[in-house]
Design a protein around this ligand. Structure first.
Ligand code: DGY
Length: 323
């Protein structure tokens, strides 16, 4: 049957957020992701939320696609150069989720340092019969040294929160950011220096060829044995097997992970049975207000791209001859 061409046809990875569904109702014809195999007619746009992969082969199969809109910031699942080379716009939702993600980073830092999840399990168990001042001693957060790897919008928000905990804050970034150093009392240091000096290391970098495997056996060895690693970036920034070894052997003390590689971990993965690990299921931006802004921003990008207009939040811009 000939597809209905009154509305632009968009393949979306589901399940879709209810706000996105209502914002798109009557404006686009939504199709399941399977439609990207190209066998059910042409597509005008793609809508993703951090996955699945959008690569050059898919884009070649779908020559009508004008825009790929992602619900979220990380676009490591999209081959952005391939899209740009084909005149396809890619949009994401930066700026709307920094506060929520930084809150989550701090929640994981505190939960891991103060053994909150382990304590919760203990408090519910029959083993808890009386208060004991000697049990479950954690690591002091206030007054300790925090190392932030990646000083973008989220890293900056983490630094602001650390001020309230009287922490000494070091950071490493592709380029120093002197404009915020004095305002936030930050110090730029080399990556290895940061690892060696920090009590807490928080990862806030995008996943790129440069950051994949950044935390591996050799970088973990440079951290203090008492250190806590927090990953709110992307799972593959950390080599999972190396982290597991480091946590088992005491190379570092503990880890708080909002993201893992793979994600989710297989249910029998040994990392899931370690007491010195707190894991959350990729909840960085998962608050009601942030989700609303992500929905609105991603839909605005999609609608603009379908109409041939510049995106409100483009990941990259097309060269003039393609725009
Ligand atoms: C992001 O925005 O990249 C978050 O990880 C949610 O996908």
């Amino acid at each position: 049957m000939e597809p209905n061409r009154n509305r632009p046809r968009v393949a979306a990875d589901g399940p879709l957020d209810s706000t996105v569904m209502s914002l798109l109702a009557d404006r686009v014809e939504l199709l399941p992701w399977d439609a990207t195999d190209g066998t059910t007619g042409p597509l005008d746009g793609l809508y993703t939320y951090g996955h699945p992969t959008v690569d050059a082969a898919m884009l070649d199969r779908l020559p009508g696609v004008r825009v790929v809109s992602n619900y979220g910031v990380g676009v490591d699942h999209i081959d952005v150069p391939a899209a740009t080379a084909r005149g396809i716009l890619v949009g994401n939702t930066p700026g709307v989720l920094d506060g929520a993600t930084a809150d989550m980073g701090f929640a994981l830092l505190l939960a891991t340092a103060r053994r909150l999840v382990e304590g919760d399990r203990y408090a519910r168990s029959a083993a808890f019969t009386r208060y004991d001042p000697g049990y479950m001693l954690g690591r002091e957060v206030h007054g300790s040294t925090l190392g932030i790897v990646g000083m973008g919008r989220i890293g900056e928000k983490i630094a602001r929160r650390a001020l309230g905990f009287d922490m000494t804050v070091l950071y490493h970034n592709r380029r120093p950011r002197p404009e915020i150093e004095s305002a936030l009392d930050l110090r730029y240091v080399g990556f290895e220096e940061l690892l060696g000096m920090s009590d807490f290391v928080v990862l806030c970098v995008p996943l790129t060829d440069q950051t994949r495997g950044l935390i591996n056996a050799s970088s973990l060895k440079q951290m203090k044995p008492s250190a806590v690693l927090v990953n709110i970036a992307r799972g593959p920034v950390v080599v999972t097997g190396d982290l597991l070894d480091a946590l088992r052997t005491g190379t570092i003390a503990a880890a708080g992970l909002d993201v893992t590689d793979p994600e989710p971990l297989p249910r029998d993965h040994p990392l899931l049975s370690l007491e010195n690990v707190v894991i959350s299921p990729h909840l960085g931006s998962a608050t009601d207000r942030t989700r609303l802004r992500m929905a609105e921003g991603s839909v605005a990008n999609l609608i603009a791209g379908l109409a041939g207009h510049p995106l409100p939040s483009p990941v990259s811009t097309l060269p003039p001859e393609r725009s």
